[in-house]
Ligand binder design. Structure first.
Ligand code: NI
Ligand code: MN
Length: 248
């Protein structure tokens, strides 16, 4: 089975090619995302979309990409109702603590993919014209791939103590954590998150998109030190996750 491949499209947007051949997009912000390379702005094939929360820099292209690809969209209940109102049909609302098989494996093929929604500390209003719609709460996801690899995408969040619980309960192999400051953790808090999660590989996100985000990956790398391998990507670059190289 091939290894999991994660491509950073800038900000919190990741394209994941699963070991079983599925394509997953987390936080669909491509067209309006100034960091997203041109070659990734339009996606034609996608099996699954995960949305952490309703802020524009995480959801702006959800409706357009869902329509273009017909992919399944998974997000928190209230945001799923808003998307349904915008004409998205292939939708799975859920809430924190829940775990669902999303792309079922065949009986004689590889196992499917499961998604657990976990807590995040952040807000979740959806800007809809001149209105702010209640979008539920911001969340994170722990995705378990066909080969058992577990990836934690925290969404936008402050540092919170229950990250230790996420580490204990779900033992992610790889974490995607915001470091930009202002709206999320800064590099120092994100380094503390790495420690609490007990994770051995981490990719920083939600940085460098705007001048207003002062947190930089060099600072994060320095603060994490030898606790974990920090994989710093440029938008459009990918990381192939080698499971055996990251055993806890
Ligand atoms: Ni946000
Ligand atoms: Mn954000």
């Amino acid at each position: 089975m091939p290894d999991l491949k994660l491509t950073w499209l800038g900000h919190s947007t990741f394209l994941m090619d699963s070991p079983g051949g599925k394509r997953i997009l987390v936080d669909p912000w491509t067209l309006g995302n100034p960091a997203c390379p041109d070659g990734f702005k339009q996606l034609d094939r996608l099996d699954l979309m995960l949305i952490t929360h309703g802020h524009f820099d995480h959801i702006s292209d959800a409706v357009q990409i869902a329509r273009a690809t017909g992919c399944l969209v998974v997000c928190i209940h209230e945001t799923s109702l808003w998307l349904a109102g915008k004409g998205v049909e292939n939708l799975q609302g859920m809430n924190k603590g829940g775990n669902i098989p999303v792309l079922a494996g065949s009986s004689n093929g590889p196992a499917g993919i499961t998604v657990r929604m976990v807590d995040a500390r952040h807000s979740c209003g959806i800007q809809d014209g001149d209105q702010i719609v209640y979008g539920g709460e911001a969340a994170g996801f722990v995705v378990t791939f066909e080969d058992g690899t577990k990836v934690y995408h925290s969404g936008d969040t402050a540092l919170f103590g229950d990250m230790a619980l996420i580490g204990e309960r779900y033992a992610p192999d790889l974490a995607l954590l915001p470091i930009g400051d202002l709206y999320t953790m800064d590099p120092a808090d994100a380094a503390r998150a790495v420690e609490m999660l007990g994770v051995k590989q981490v990719i920083p996100m939600h940085h460098s998109t705007f001048d207003a985000l002062p947190g930089k990956p060099e600072d994060f790398v320095r603060r994490v030190g030898s606790r974990a391998r920090v994989v710093v990507l440029e938008p459009g670059q990918h990381h192939v996750f080698k499971k055996e190289a990251a055993l806890r």
